[in-house]
Design a protein around this ligand. Sequence first.
Ligand code: SAM
Ligand code: SF4
Length: 329
Amino acid sequence: MLADDHGRIATDLRVSLTDRCNLRCSYCMPPEGLDWLPKPELLTDDEIVRLVRIGVADLGITEVRFTGGEPLLRRGLPDLVARTAALAPRPEISLTTNAIGLARLAAPLAAAGLDRVNVSLDTLDAATFRRLAHRDRLADVLRGLAAARAAGLAPVKVNAVLMRGVNDHEAVPLLRYCLDHGYRLRFIEQMPLDAQHGWQRAGMVTAEEILDRLGAAFALTPDAGDERGSAPAESFLVDGGPARVGVIGSVTRPFCGACDRVRLTADGQIRNCLFATEESDLRAALRGGASDAELAERWRAAVRGKRPGHGIDDPGFLQPARPMSAIGG
Ligand code: SAM
Ligand code: SF4
């Protein structure tokens, strides 16, 4: 098992497949992009499958989520999904994506064994999309979402980050759109993980504010059936249900005490937290000839020292050196 010194057990592995992206969401990276990792530093498919196999077979990982950067940019993704689905015991397999290209890939991914997708959608307005993501791709995202639903990748979840003065007036329209299309919407508070280090707590649209805005148009009641557990979203029934909306107060309502996640970056580093300042280099060990047992032990040690909380409110808080796109969101 991947246990830490605070009694938590990591069972949910987030695997970043690339740090590259075809969007430039301003809460994530600058318009000019970043210096991408050189190809030789990226784990190969075989290396990823080996590490995921160790996670699943020896370390109690039960869920694997592929992310990035934009994971759909990784060539051969359906094959990677199929190889993950063939592992024993078979993990749940999901994908976090901006959905550009999903119109083409949703069916092959579902056929390969993908169970679910989370799609990022912050606005329904093409001009706001261009402003926020610096690319004119809203129509592709909406097409990708529809394809995910058609391919049976249910429930299709939508993640939205609201930014003050940019898209914070869209909480209600976004929820309406998702309810109309059968997508499950979750709002995520903006975290200090942008490459530009522009995040400011005072500028953040908080969970409370989001609930206030939604409350003006919908009756929200706490979802009694929802056991928050390790799932970070607080869930609410909309107008009595069964429709729901989630609010992830990562900053103001942290769920670190119930966190069950561990991350593998595209260049083979284990991170025990989004906000970790240290990483454990599995790639060097793996390429240096380490056995499965040695890799598993290194991985266990990396998780053991996980800090109790993200510490964003601590006076000495330091944003991690790597941005969200390189860590794997
Ligand atoms: N490119 C894919 C996507 O956008 O879904 C996967 C990677 S992205 C880094 C994963 C998730 O992190 C997205 O839902 C995105 O909205 C979220 N994200 C990125 N930067 C964030 C930030 N500073 N605060 C909160 N969420 C953020
Ligand atoms: Fe790309 Fe996802 Fe970051 Fe947006 S949030 S720039 S889609 S990696």
